[in-house]
Design a protein around this ligand. Structure first.
Ligand code: GLA
Length: 332
C-alpha cells in the first residue's frame, strides 16, 4: 500500500522551557516540514533521506532505538519502538526544514514516520507517542510542545498550549505582523545534559514550592538555593508572558507584544541561562532593525534560532514562517 505523510516543524513564539513543568507555551506549526513517501510492506522500516546521509533500516520489533545508525535513524527507530507497527515501510524522507536550527525537524520526522506507518491515534495520544520516541532516541527528557504543535497545527493561528492539560487553543495571527526565525549560525547542540539539568532543577524547585504552574513570583522568591530560585522565576514569569503576549497581540499593541518577547529572552539568558553570546548579539541586532517589534531565542537554547515579531515589510533575512495546519496523511 502506497503512503505519503507530511508533518510540519514548529516555531515557539513565547513560553519557553515551560512545557516540561506542565506550563503554557505559544508555538505554531510552520509551512516547512518533512514528507515521507513509501510502500507499506514487509517487516522492516527502510528509509532513505534526500537530505541526510545513510539509510535507516529498522526492524519492526526494534528493541533499542538509541543504538540505531546513522543518527537520524534513531528518531525513526524511536517511533517504531513506540508504535510497534505490524507492517514495515520502504520509502524516502525529504524535508524543507533546517536541521538543528530549533524548528523541530526531529518532531516533524517522528510524526511523519508515525503517520506513514499507519498510526491511528487522537492528536494528543499521537503527540505523546512521538514525544516518547524523541526521548528514547535522543535521551533528552523533552516536553510535549514540539510534537503536539506538529500534530495540532492550525492554518493562520498560533497555538496557546496548556502542557499540563494537554490542550491547544488557536489564536489567529493578525495580518499586520509576521513571524521570522533567524538562524544564529550556532548549531544547536541541545546539550542533552544541560536540558536534563534544567528540568531537574525545575523539579527540585517544585519539591520546595509545589507545581510551578500554580506558583507566584513571591513564592518562588522564597526558594533558598539561588540557582533554583532563578530557574523557577523564569518558569513562573514565562507562563505569565504567554497570556500577556496574546492579550497584546489581540488588542493590536504589537510594540507591547514585542516587549514581552524581549523580556522572555532576558529571562532565558539571566534566570534560566540557556542563551549564548551569539544569540544575545543576534537579538540585539534584530531589535535595532526597523520594523522589528521584538525578538528572543526560540527552542531549547544553547544555539539555534531567534524568533522575531516583525512588520510585514521589515528587512529581516530568515525563514518567514506562516502559521500552518498540522500533520496529515496525503495518501494512504
Ligand atoms: C525543546 C524541547 C521542548 C521544550 C523546548 C523548550 O524544544 O523539545 O519540549 O522544552 O526545548 O521550551
Amino acid at each position: 500500500m502506497s503512503v505519503r505523510a507530511f508533518a510540519p516543524g514548529r516555531v515557539n513564539v513565547i513560553g519557553e522551557h515551560t512545557d516540561h513543568t506542565g506550563g503554557l507555551a505559544l508555538p505554531m506549526a510552520v509551512q516547512l516540514g518533512t514528507t515521507i513517501t513509501g510502500e507499506r510492506a514487509g517487516e522492516v522500516v527502510r528509509l532513505r533521506s534526500a537530505d541526510e546521509p545513510g539509510e535507516a533500516v529498522v526492524p519492526i520489533d526494534v528493541v533499542d532505538p538509541s543504538a540505531a545508525e546513522p543518527g537520524w535513524a534513531r528518531y525513526v527507530a524511536g517511533v517504531v519502538a513506540e508504535l510497534r507497527p505490524v507492517v514495515g515501510l520502504t520509502g524516502e524522507v525529504s524535508t524543507t526544514l533546517p536541521v538543528g536550527a530549533g524548528l523541530s525537524s526531529s518532531a516533524a520526522l517522528e510524526v511523519a514516520v508515525a503517520l506513514a506507518l499507519g498510526a491511528d491515534a487522537e492528536p494528543v495520544a499521537l503527540a505523546r507517542l512521538c514525544r516518547r520516541a524523541e526521548q528514547r532516541a535522543s535521551g533528552v527528557p523533552c516536553g510535549i510542545m514540539d510534537q503536539l504543535a506538529s500534530v495540532a497545527g492550525v492554518d493562520g493561528s498560533l497555538l496557546v498550549m496548556d502542557c499540563g492539560a494537554e490542550t491547544v487553543t488557536p489564536v489567529p495571527l493578525p495580518e499586520e505582523v509576521a513571524v521570522v526565525a533567524v538562524h544564529s549560525g550556532q548549531s544547536r547542540s541541545l546539550a542533552a545534559s544541560a536540558y536534563a539539568e534544567r528540568r531537574a532543577q525545575c523539579a527540585a524547585a517544585e519539591a520546595e514550592v509545589g507545581p510551578l504552574r500554580d506558583a507566584t513570583v513571591a513564592e518562588v522568591g522564597a526558594i533558598v538555593d539561588p540557582v533554583l530560585r532563578r530557574r523557577a522565576r523564569h518558569v513562573v514569569t514565562e507562563n505569565a508572558r504567554v497570556g500577556a503576549f496574546v492579550a497584546a497581540l489581540q488588542s493590536g499593541d504589537f510594540a507591547s507584544a514585542g516587549e514581552v518577547l524581549v523580556a522572555g529572552h532576558r529571562s532565558l539568558a539571566d534566570d534560566f541561562e540557556v542563551s549564548t553570546p551569539v544569540l544575545d548579539e543576534l537579538v540585539d541586532r534584530l531589535l535595532a532593525t526597523p520594523g522589528v517589534h521584538g525578538a528572543r531565542l526560540t527552542g531549547g537554547g544553547f544555539g539555534g534560532a531567534v524568533v522575531a515579531l516583525v512588520a510585514p515589510g521589515a528587512s529581516v533575512e530568515g525563514w518567514w514562517l506562516r502559521p500552518s495546519a498540522g500533520a496529515r496523511l496525503l495518501e494512504g
